[in-house]
Design a protein around this ligand. Structure first.
Ligand SMILES: Nc1ncnc2c1ncn2[C@@H]1O[C@H](COP(=O)(O)OP(=O)(O)O)[C@@H](O)[C@H]1O
Ligand SMILES: Cc1ncc(COP(=O)(O)O)c(N)n1
Ligand SMILES: [Mg+2]
Length: 568
């Protein structure tokens, strides 16, 4: 704390507060570590501007040092905007953009629109006193860092917002001056202009007009070139906002998407390749929300705008082929999740423990020794009756591994066989494999689960009941227990034996697959330990360190069928 320069201290409701500027608090990273309150009563007027800026107050509990405070501040954006029933723009886009940027987003709805990819079929404004009530509900309780505005359809709503912001100052205000939808429908008429210009713009940390909106704010000024955008940014800056971002998504004849940011001192020309896509409805709302999200995390404005623009560009590129609605402008996928699901030839089935029955684990060295590709090895194992495949590629280059994994995935899915990746969660995500298998010294299953999501299969190697319990707690789907017998595949691997296997099976709440030195000659003995959750055997050398993988797999399959394994 010694490095912080506090402006003053004061006592409120018998609690000590230390006051410092928001910039200072953010720069020092305190807002991430301490409870931060917005104190409405403490307002400083900036010289030469009607903008009032709140101070961030850090609450010192019971006289103890600030670092004792265990509450962590969650970055929080409040969006004040209209609802889009088609969910491409407005409140819905804001929620998705903030979720994608990992910031909490609360919502004050100013209007309902009946809207789709064709256009806006109807608008119903929320009464201004109810907008006021929503604002008060959120701002009086939650610690909002940044307010972002979108559709503000009436003078009354703009005035209500400005009044409430003076009462409850926040760290930053992002104003997206939404007026006309891309479809050409009016969302906020010219009647709001004077209040907007006189009251709201001077309070803004950044305004983000598109070309049409910049023109409307500047009395119809023509904007056709990047130079025009610069002039517009300068003129708009004179109206009071700290930063102006003139967006050039609609700039005619431009192969790039060019935006101009002006902060009163410098111009920044932000360029990205123009994505050829129909799915660009809601780009403006999403950009403004993403800027708000980055500012809420504590980033300076230039970084926030750059990250937000990169986010929109990435999402637009990812969403080029998604197909929603019949109109000219479709929504895009903020969370970058829809494409792989809708386009995948295979929809993943929920994990079925009986898939562990004959579990084939590939080994790059063995394949090399026998002169076969990983793809040929996987094909042969499936033809022989393997019920699940794990790719265990310790030597392959990542790029090659990914390519082979994708090819193997296609083969596995044609046969309804799940494909797991050993250890490499990144590769599993990149090729959308069915899951991963991790060892005790690999990425913890809980972390892998967070990265992979709830539907993927996660297996964990366990030798002890404690490890089996932890795998369950960590959200794994099955455990691999071994080595049951000595094996050459893993150096220095402790052998647990049939007794060790049995002990782990008894303790495990998860299905178990036995591994380590198992083959045709001893698979039956493994099965005969008769644990109801022992669902199969996992095999490396007995399948892949042989001349004919298919024959060996078939033989093992027959042995397993003759046993009682998987029958419970
Ligand atoms: N086709 C595109 N490819 C890449 N970026 C785009 C494209 N269209 C818009 N953008 C970017 O999306 C953001 C929103 O811009 P714009 O579409 O002009 O705003 P609005 O949605 O308010 O009309 C800007 O950063 C702009 O450069
Ligand atoms: C409720 C609402 N708010 C904002 C927009 C503007 O979005 P865009 O300019 O991207 O079409 C919209 N169409 N609907
Ligand atoms: Mg647009």
């Amino acid at each position: 704390m010694a490095s912080a320069t506090f402006l003053s201290t004061l006592s409120l409701a018998n609690k000590n507060y230390l006051l410092l500027t928001p910039t200072h608090a953010y720069a020092k990273g305190y807002t991430n570590n301490f409870r931060v309150s917005n104190l409405p009563s403490i307002v400083v007027r900036k010289e030469g501007s009607v903008r009032s800026q709140g101070f961030v107050a850090m609450q010192e509990k019971g006289g103890s040092t600030l670092s004792d405070d265990s509450r962590t501040k969650t970055p929080h954006v409040l969006t004040v905007a209209g609802s889009d029933s088609g969910a491409g723009a407005g409140i819905q886009a804001d929620l998705k953009a903030c979720a994608a940027r990992r910031v909490y987003c609360s919502t004050v709805i100013t209007a309902l629109t009946a809207q789709n990819t064709v256009g806006v079929q109807g608008v119903s404004n929320v009464p201004e006193d109810f907008v006021a009530q929503q604002l008060k509900s959120v701002l009086s309780d939650m610690q909002v860092d940044v307010v972002k505005t979108g559709m503000l359809p009436s003078v009354g709503i703009v005035k209500t917002l400005c009044k409430t912001l003076r009462e409850f100052p926040v760290h930053a205000l992002v104003v997206d001056p939404v007026m006309v939808s891309t479809s050409g429908d009016v969302l906020a008429g010219p009647s709001i202009l004077s209040t907007f210009l006189e009251e709201l713009l001077p309070m803004a940390d950044i305004i983000t007009p598109n070309l049409k909106e910049a023109s409307a704010l500047l009395n119809g000024m023509q904007l056709e070139t990047v130079d025009d955008m610069r002039s517009a940014a300068r003129l708009l800056h004179n109206m009071g906002p700290k930063n102006v971002l003139v967006k050039g998504g609609d700039l005619p004849d431009s192969s790039d998407a060019v935006d101009i940011l002006y902060n009163g001192h410098n111009f920044y020309e932000l360029r990205s390749p123009r994505i050829r896509t129909r799915n660009s409805h809601g780009t403006g709302c999403s950009l403004a929300s993403s800027i708000a999200a980055e500012v809420a995390k504590g980033y300076p404005m230039l970084s926030a705008v750059k990250v937000a623009k990169r986010f929109v560009e990435t999402a637009l590129d990812y969403s080029k082929e998604i197909d929603i609605g019949n109109g000219p402008q479709g929504p895009f996928d903020h969370l970058l999740r829809l494409k792989s699901h809708s386009q995948a030839c295979h929809r993943q089935q929920p994990f079925d423990p009986s898939d562990l029955f004959l579990y084939a684990v590939t080994d790059s060295r063995m394949n090399k020794r026998w002169g076969r590709s990983i793809i040929d090895a996987v094909k042969a194992a499936i033809d022989g009756g393997a019920t699940i495949i794990q790719l265990r590629e310790k030597d392959a280059e990542t790029k090659d591994f990914m390519e082979s994994a994708k090819a193997c995935l296609r083969i596995c899915h044609l046969h309804g066989v799940p494909l797991l990746i050993n250890d490499r969660v990144d590769v599993a995500i990149a090729c959308d494999a069915d899951g991963v298998h991790v060892g005790q010294s690999d990425m913890p299953a809980r972390v892998a689960r967070t990265l992979l999501g709830p539907e993927k299969i996660i297996g964990v190697s366990c030798k002890t009941p404690e490890q089996a319990e932890q795998a369950w707690v960590d959200g794994a789907d099955y455990i691999g227990c071994g080595g049951v017998y000595p094996t050459n595949t893993k150096e220095n691997n402790i052998t647990v034996g049939l007794n060790g296997l049995k002990t782990v099976c008894m303790a495990s709440k998860l299905p178990v697959v036995a591994i380590g030195g198992i083959g045709v000659s001893n698979a039956r003995a493994v099965m005969e330990i008769c644990a109801s959750n022992l669902k199969g055997v996992a095999v490396v050398s007995a399948l892949f360190d042989r001349e004919c993988v298919q024959t060996e797999t078939r033989k093992l399959h027959e042995v397993l069928l003759g046993s009682n394994i998987g029958s419970t």
